[in-house]
Design a protein around this ligand. Structure first.
Ligand SMILES: [Fe+2]
Ligand SMILES: [Fe+2]
Length: 148
């Protein structure tokens, strides 16, 4: 597949994850009585989907992007945001009140949305037209890491 097709698939996957996280965070807001269950769903989605995605990126697309001189600082900031998402997940799972769970799950959803959009605009869009970058092999490596 062409870089363009892979870039499109990556953007679609980001949109799906951001949407799902917003939906689950919304359940924490609306399900005050059952907030613990709704909170656990957000935590599970972060643990099972978002954070493995982030870890796979760190070993694949971020490494490729970091080879481009102008992107080194950006990649440092993206790694920092992965760390913040991991911290918010810890805080969310340690929440003892509904209000805290609302705050942390909403924060996680908003931060991930912005983070994924930054990847779309400032990493994927920059790598996509480069003839020295093979996004198909980057995505293949990501899938390989995620399926282990
Ligand atoms: Fe990321
Ligand atoms: Fe991502």
């Amino acid at each position: 597949m062409s870089n363009q097709e892979i870039a499109e698939a990556m953007r679609n996957h980001h949109a799906l994850m951001a949407q799902q996280l917003h939906t689950l965070a919304g359940h924490v807001v609306t399900q005050k009585e059952e907030w613990g269950t709704a909170r656990n769903e957000v935590g599970m989605y972060l643990t099972d989907d978002i954070l493995p995605h982030a870890a796979a990126e760190e070993l694949t697309i971020y490494r490729v992007a970091a080879q481009v001189d102008s992107m080194k600082g950006l990649i440092d900031s993206m790694l920092f945001e992965h760390g913040v998402i991991r911290e918010i997940r810890e805080e969310l799972m340690g929440a003892s009140m509904w209000e805290e769970a609302v705050t942390f799950s909403t924060e996680a959803a908003k931060l991930f949305e912005i983070h994924a959009e930054k990847e779309n605009r400032f990493i994927i869009a920059v790598l996509e037209p480069r003839s020295d970058v093979d996004l198909a092999s980057v995505l293949g490596d990501m899938h390989h890491l995620l399926s282990r």
